[in-house]
Design a protein around this ligand. Structure first.
Ligand SMILES: Nc1ncnc2c1ncn2[C@@H]1O[C@H](COP(=O)(O)OP(=O)(O)OP(=O)(O)O)[C@@H](O)[C@H]1O
Ligand SMILES: [Mg+2]
Length: 245
């Protein structure tokens, strides 16, 4: 049984249908990369998974259990297992790093503060920010802030981490420090679904690449399948274009 299975998923924003029967699945420990042109529906898939955008058809099955998006309890249970990090990291500016990372575990999950803080200290060390726990967001670089956002997601102990272009808003010299953090997580066996335009990185860390176009999956394969021997014309064209840049 796959860890997560998306079956025939459709979604729309008002009258605009943006996902047309998406199928994909992956196992625990996989790093799955979603690639494809702007507007192809990559972010929408992540948003549907965590219940931020409604699906109008199809199923998302987590560990064999279909998520009931009409049920608050089922969505809550799904969000316990999947945490999402966006391009815009949206930290609380009036709280230091430790507070940013512990606020949800303490206030939402009701965990004792001391325990949450011990956990956060471990997570901050893992993302290379052990010495920044008392810094405020405006004292950090964009790359550091994005790593705090990743730490905040990890503090929820998700089974699957969803990362939507987490390096896109960063200055080029800060991109690598965030990619390094994701590399560490991948090496530790964290299951991740990543939207990224960093193709060299995708090729390096992904176990599976899902190429999207116009709300559909065009091709799924290993990085070598997709980048070196794409089968479809659309994938060949896209890969040819991005690899020339
Ligand atoms: N909040 C929204 N309201 C209306 N339409 C939206 C909204 N968000 C996205 N869309 C539309 O849905 C389609 C898919 O968008 P989505 O953001 O999923 O694409 P994407 O693959 O993530 O693109 P990008 O690479 O630019 O981030 C696009 O046509 C987009 O214009
Ligand atoms: Mg997007």
């Amino acid at each position: 049984m796959p860890h997560l299975e998306v079956r025939n998923l459709s979604a729309s924003y008002g009258d605009l249908k943006v996902l047309h029967g998406v199928d994909l699945s992956f196992d625990k420990g996989e790093v799955v990369a979603l690639i494809g042109p702007s507007g192809s529906g990559k972010s929408t898939i992540l948003r549907v998974l965590v219940g931020l955008t409604p699906c109008i058809g199809g199923d998302v099955v987590l560990d064999g259990q279909p998520i009931q998006y009409g049920s608050a309890a089922s969505v809550r249970a799904a969000r316990d297992k999947m945490a999402i990090v966006f391009q815009q990291y949206n930290l609380f500016q009036n709280m230091d790093v430790m507070r940013n990372v512990t606020i949800a575990p303490v206030k939402i999950k009701g965990r004792p503060r001391a325990e949450a803080e011990a956990d956060a200290a471990r997570i901050l060390a893992r993302v290379g920010l052990a010495d920044k726990s008392h810094a405020y967001p405006d004292e950090l670089s964009g790359g550091q802030q994005q790593r705090v956002a990743i730490a905040r997601a990890l503090a929820l102990k998700p089974e699957i981490l969803l990362l939507d272009e987490v390096t896109s808003a960063l200055d080029p010299e800060l991109v690598n420090e965030v990619l390094d953090t994701i590399r560490v997580l991948a090496k530790d066996g964290m299951t991740m679904l990543i939207v990224s335009h960093e193709m060299a990185f995708v090729r390096e860390v992904a176990s599976k690449v899902v190429m999207m176009d116009k709300g559909k999956v065009v091709e799924i394969g290993t990085p070598a399948d997709i980048f070196d021997r794409p089968r479809s014309e659309r994938a060949r064209e896209f890969v040819g274009k991005i690899l020339r840049h």
